[in-house]
Design a binder for this molecule. Structure first.
Ligand code: NAD
Ligand code: DAU
Length: 349
């Protein structure tokens, strides 16, 4: 079969990457999707069990920091386009050890840009870089991040992502590499690694463990259903303008404490516990260093120019998420049995 595109998706075994791969493999049988992933602690091929046999899907184990791995995958599969999601993604881990974030998020991204530049001579390619709203810093009680908000990253994670965004733009302006960027708010849904707030809280409630809330729990995040993010990526990849960036968000702001209390209520019912049982597990712990107060996204450019908007209501998505975790506790147990235990003890002792 000859494919119309050979799309390299980096980080496809992770949380968001696996949803993007599933969408593209099923929706575009005429594209060959090459999942390029190092399989760090956050990468799990079980996230893709349902599509691994599809003829237009290939897995290639590789590291974006290795020029050799990248050259190899570009020549083996004649890569025409890139959707770049591979990253170290957890803010708390970046506070404990920033270098890994510099290596993967900055050096790895530049390696990938350079490989694309060297391999793409003709026109018609797309290098799509998936980034975060955290590059814009922290909001007060008013206002939203727009595409023109100045960059002001505060954590080693967001500083590394901001740096990678700058390199992507530099390759557009300097070398004419055909790039697109999106900056998205907090995602939630299935296959989310249980170091992040929502899956960690679900897992701890299930196991009757304390629910750690940093500081007073009044920090605000804007939550988006991960499959809506995948649809936004599909839209921008196909219809977004080269050299431009698009903000993606859910218009769905929650304080951490309200969100955790809401999860407690859902799980009181699902686990047949009496009302208020799970809330007793809430424990206020030491705040995250440099904890950003509020993120909120103005996604009107994406809505007005490309017609994307979130499709799933938070209450509905959160219930689906809880149901997925309850039905897949073996997935959680497997990934929380090894290195995770050391990480958890170090973070939450
Ligand atoms: P994740 O941590 O779940 O997955 C990251 C994936 O990248 C894993 O499969 C891992 O094995 C792979 N990877 C890590 N280092 C690699 C390397 N050197 N070479 C090849 N593969 C490597 O991350 P996620 O939450 O799915 O986030 C994906 C992307 O989306 C990241 O770039 C992140 O910054 C961005 N993002 C995430 C969110 C969110 O809410 N999770 C929101 C906005 C943007
Ligand atoms: O905004 C997009 C970003 O969202 C992505 O770029 C990141 O990759 C992703 O990890 C996420 O970052 P956050 O730091 O916002 O997500 P996290 O789930 O780690 O934390 C959400 C909020 O919950 C934050 O205010 C910190 C708080 N928190 C988190 C944990 C893990 C707690 O109160 N207790 C916890 O145990």
């Amino acid at each position: 079969m000859s494919y119309t595109k050979n799309i390299l998706i980096t980080g496809g075994a992770g949380f968001i990457g696996s949803h993007v791969i599933r969408l593209f493999v099923n929706k575009y049988p005429n594209y060959r999707i090459i999942n390029f992933d190092k399989l760090t602690y956050a990468g799990n091929l079980k996230n893709l069990k349902d599509i691994e046999e599809k003829s237009n899907y290939v897995f290639f184990k590789g590291d974006i920091c290795s020029t050799k791995d990248l050259k190899n995958v570009f020549t083996t599969y004649s890569i025409t386009d890139v959707i770049h999601l591979a990253a170290e993604s957890h803010v708390d881990r970046s506070i404990e050890g920033p270098m890994e974030f510099v290596m993967t998020n900055v050096v790895g991204t530049v390696n990938l840009l350079q490989t694309a530049k060297e391999n793409w001579i003709e026109e018609g390619h797309v290098f799509y870089h998936v980034s975060t709203d955290e590059v814009f810093g922290s909001l007060g009680s008013e206002g939203l991040f727009s595409e023109t908000t100045s960059y002001d990253p505060r954590s080693p994670y967001s500083a590394s992502k901001a740096s990678s965004d700058h390199f992507v733009r530099a390759y557009f302006h300097t070398y004419g590499l055909p790039v697109k960027i999106s900056n998205c708010s907090n995602n939630y849904g299935s296959h989310h690694f249980p170091e992040k707030l929502i899956p960690l809280i679900i897992n701890n409630i299930f196991n009757n463990k304390p629910l750690p809330i940093y500081g007073k729990g009044d920090n605000i995040r804007d939550w988006l259903w991960v499959e809506d993010h995948a649809l936004a990526i599909d839209t921008i990849f196909h219809n977004g303008k080269l050299g431009e960036s698009y903000n993606v968000g859910g218009l769905n702001e929650w304080t951490n404490i309200d969100l955790v209390k809401y999860l407690c209520k859902i799980l009181d019912k699902k686990l047949n516990r009496s009302e208020g049982t799970n809330e007793k597990l809430i424990t206020f712990v030491k705040d995250r260093a440099g904890h950003d107060a509020r993120y909120a996204i103005d996604a009107s450019k994406l809505a007005n120019d490309l017609g994307w908007k979130p499709s799933v209501k938070f209450e509905e998505g959160l219930e689906k998420t809880v149901d997925w975790y309850l039905a897949n506790m073996d997935w959680v147990s497997e990934i929380t049995s090894g290195e995770y235990q050391d990480y958890y003890t170090k973070m939450y002792r």
